[in-house]
Design a protein around this ligand. Structure first.
Ligand SMILES: Cc1cc2nc3c(=O)[nH]c(=O)nc-3n(C[C@H](O)[C@H](O)[C@H](O)COP(=O)(O)OP(=O)(O)OC[C@H]3O[C@@H](n4cnc5c(N)ncnc54)[C@H](O)[C@@H]3O)c2cc1C
Length: 387
């Protein structure tokens, strides 16, 4: 670290240290979890005991409070050890939990937030469908009102935590209104008529992903979030929070790549001296450090700005910018780290290959790079005078 952490609030620094100690103790087998597509079931309780499952959830309901910077540093620290577990945790608390926390009424929050915050129940968010990805505002899943319930029918794909979730936040079409046709629902696994199929992935392998099908699942009307037609607004605000919080993971992967590569370069002797002495290797390490510092400064700043202006649409372009920039840097940093380690970097003995596979997800999930560029393009079109 050069200067990027100097301005951090003391309590955030202390919390980050406790997360690092926790991961050092509990994540020793993370490479094996990656290989076996496995997440230890007791990890939820352990993460809950430390408060991690309560990120971005109200303190009086058992959460950590809506301090987005804390969520960023949790993702950063945890992703040095396991980006997949960090993503699973983020999907649970920031993607699904926070949407209920912000969009839910008192009764919904009192019922669902405490078990999510403690990690007793696992949550997942269901936006993407087999035929609807980037065009997320036009789901085919339908929720048809019948008396005091909605009948939910449709399939959601790539759902993080899908195979293990107890609670789903689901976006579905409630009318054909092009602007206000989508609504959001809290759906319990126990409502029934829900089937889940596991998906196997190249990266983020310790994080369970699934296809979730709702076959006429009956959802009580009191589980509608806010009101009919509010779905897109809830979704977009949720995606902004997700993009900031989970981009912390990219910082962790850049930091991990730099740690592994710089330590290796100082030890590895070729042509009579450590490879760290060669300028072509120094250029790679310098790239990683530069990206870590710049993306960290921007992301921390954005998370603090969000605290002052929560939900402000004016921050959407900044959010897209840092999500795209940090994801691209994480993929490149991992690739450069593999190169520094030569053949050893290509083996599964080192974390750098895991970072490479895991980082690629952030080029895609929560909005692809192309979608981030489109958001930036729109912002540029609008002009900068009102930033
Ligand atoms: C590991 C993993 C976990 C995930 N977790 C979740 C989750 O928990 N919940 C959830 O709902 N979803 C989840 N997703 C889904 C993810 O958000 C989507 O994959 C992503 O939004 C892209 O959608 P798509 O895959 O359908 O690609 P598509 O939208 O079909 O895009 C395919 C390609 O076309 C490009 N493209 C599309 N439209 C345009 C355009 N207008 N201009 C230029 N290029 C365009 C895209 O950028 C992309 O390169 C997850 C995905 C993965 C891989």
């Amino acid at each position: 670290m050069l200067i990027s952490k100097l301005g951090l609030r003391e309590e955030v620094v202390e919390f980050a240290e406790s997360v690092r100690e926790f991961c050092e103790r509990e994540f020793k087998d993370a490479l094996e979890w990656d290989e076996k597509e496995y997440m230890p079931p007791d990890l939820w309780k352990k993460m809950g005991d430390l408060g991690l499952t309560g990120m971005m959830l109200d303190e009086d309901l058992g959460g950590l409070g809506d301090d987005l910077l804390t969520s960023v540093v949790i993702h950063e620290e945890m992703s040095v050890y396991s980006p997949a577990i960090a993503m699973t945790l983020g999907a649970h608390a920031i993607l699904a939990g926070n949407v209920i926390n912000r969009g839910g009424n008192k009764k919904q929050k009192e019922k669902y937030i405490p078990p999510i915050a403690s990690g007793e129940k696992v949550a997942a968010i269901c936006i993407t469908e087999p035929e609807i990805g980037s065009d997320a505002a036009h789901p085919k899943t339908k929720a048809i009102k019948k008396g005091d319930r909605y009948i939910l029918r449709g399939t959601k794909i790539f759902i993080t935590n899908g195979p293990v979730a107890d609670i789903f936040v689901v976006y579905a079409r409630t009318s054909d209104d092009p602007k206000r046709g989508v609504s959001a629902f809290i759906v319990e696994k126990d409502f029934g008529n829900i089937s889940v199929e596991k998906i196997h992935k190249m990266g983020m392998r310790a994080s369970p992903t699934g296809i979730v099908t709702f076959s006429d699942t009956e959802v009580p009307e009191e589980n509608l979030l806010r009101a009919e037609g509010e779905g897109i607004h809830i979704m977009m605000e949720g995606l902004d929070v997700e993009r900031i919080g989970l981009s912390g993971s990219n910082l962790g992967m850049i930091k991990g790549s730099l740690d592994v590569a710089s330590n290796y370069a100082k030890e590895r002797i070729q042509f009579g001296q450590p490879i760290a002495k060669y300028q072509l290797i120094q250029e790679k390490l310098g790239y990683m450090l530069t990206q870590l510092e710049l993306n960290r400064m921007y992301l921390y700043n954005l998370a603090e700005t969000w605290r002052k202006f929560p939900g402000s649409r004016k921050l959407r372009a900044a959010t897209a910018l840092v999500k795209m920039s940090s994801a691209r840097a994480a993929v490149k940093a991992a690739e450069e780290a593999i190169q520094v380690l030569g053949g050893y970097g290509y083996t599964t003995d080192y974390r750098v290959q895991m970072y490479w596979r895991d980082a690629k997800l952030y080029d895609i999930g929560a909005g692809t790079i192309e979608m981030m560029k489109i958001i930036l393009g729109r912002r540029i079109e609008q002009g900068f005078d009102n930033i």
